[in-house]
Ligand binder design. Sequence first.
Ligand SMILES: *Cc1c(COP(=O)(O)O)cnc(C)c1O
Length: 396
Amino acid sequence: MNSSAFHPPRRTLMGPGPSDVNPRILEAMSRPTIGHLDPAFIEMMDEVKALLRYAFQTDYALAMPISAPGSAGMEACFVNLVEPGEKVVVCINGVFGGRMRENVERCGGVPVVVEDAWGRAVDPDKVEATLAAHPDARILAFVHAETSTGARSDARTLAEIARAHDCLTLVDAVTSLGGSELRVGEWGLDAVYSGTQKCLSCVPGLSPVTFSERALEKVRRRKTKVQSWFLDLNLVLGYWEGGGKRTYHHTAPVNTLYALHEALILLREEGIERAWARHAYHHRALRAGLEAMGLRFVVPEAERLPQLNAVAIPEGVDDATVRSRLLADYDLEIGAGLGVLAGKVWRIGLMGYACNRRNVLFCLGALDAVLTDLGAKIESGAAVPAAMAWYAAHPD
Ligand SMILES: *Cc1c(COP(=O)(O)O)cnc(C)c1O
């Protein structure tokens, strides 16, 4: 072995996450590690909880990061809320809805699936009909922002339907948090999990979650033990909520929490509504460029996520060749398709710190050049001027 220090290449990350990390966050992360029960650390944890309430737009008492990535936030919600034999209505319109079903099954629950096409939002009428047909279901689970396709579902309407059927909502907000409108409190969502590496532009490895009082009540009333020791909220809360007598549960990822703290400060400095508006703004410029080039969006306009742009790969173009050229020649990462969309679409992320004019123009220019070089049937040279014209017509 002849190892030396690892120096990663400098990339521009415009895929489905991780997204470019703000240098202020990396700097915060490099500060000295302290004990995870140090009073100074506990003070910072309290700030993180308050800042998370702001990010989620809620006043729920429980708002904290799970010490593991978004997938662990998903598991934390399911293992705490689902008891063996319980029916859960799960909406599937992409990869992450499928993982929700898998979670229900592994908890011993009984999933009742509402299916929608990949690239479409969850259909509220189908949800209504399914909940009416299964009055014993107590939970409705859905993905707010389906990163695998770029579709946004109407979380507010789905939550209204769930409440009318006396169901809790269990919501994946991994890609929506900080990137598009999400009002957990006002919409009455019950158990919501997210991730740090998408529109918060933080390093990967934490999963912010928030639970309503109704959801917590269901956890407290469980007849069976939560099957995961690590994710059992009854135990985790002893560490995150213990007031002056917090007890050891696990060693918190101290420096990663510094990073999240800084990411949330950045979000508060910008203002959450301005962050949502910024994502919508640059998405429209990117769209002008992609469409001028002749590329077609997968998701109908009204259901599109600004932070995740799925476009069909032009006929005769090899997916992997284009992505590796972008990486090799431009240090630019865009995302491949997943599942049924593999090889058929590219997923261009505009998340958090990466969502800016420079990146929009850079990505359009790079894609145009590579596709033109490969002889693809596109409108060569049209993308960047179209986006520039859009910006000129819409000063921010
Ligand atoms: C990225 C993502 C996840 C998983 O998050 P990890 O941090 O990769 O575990 C879950 N749901 C959605 C919608 C995502 O985009």
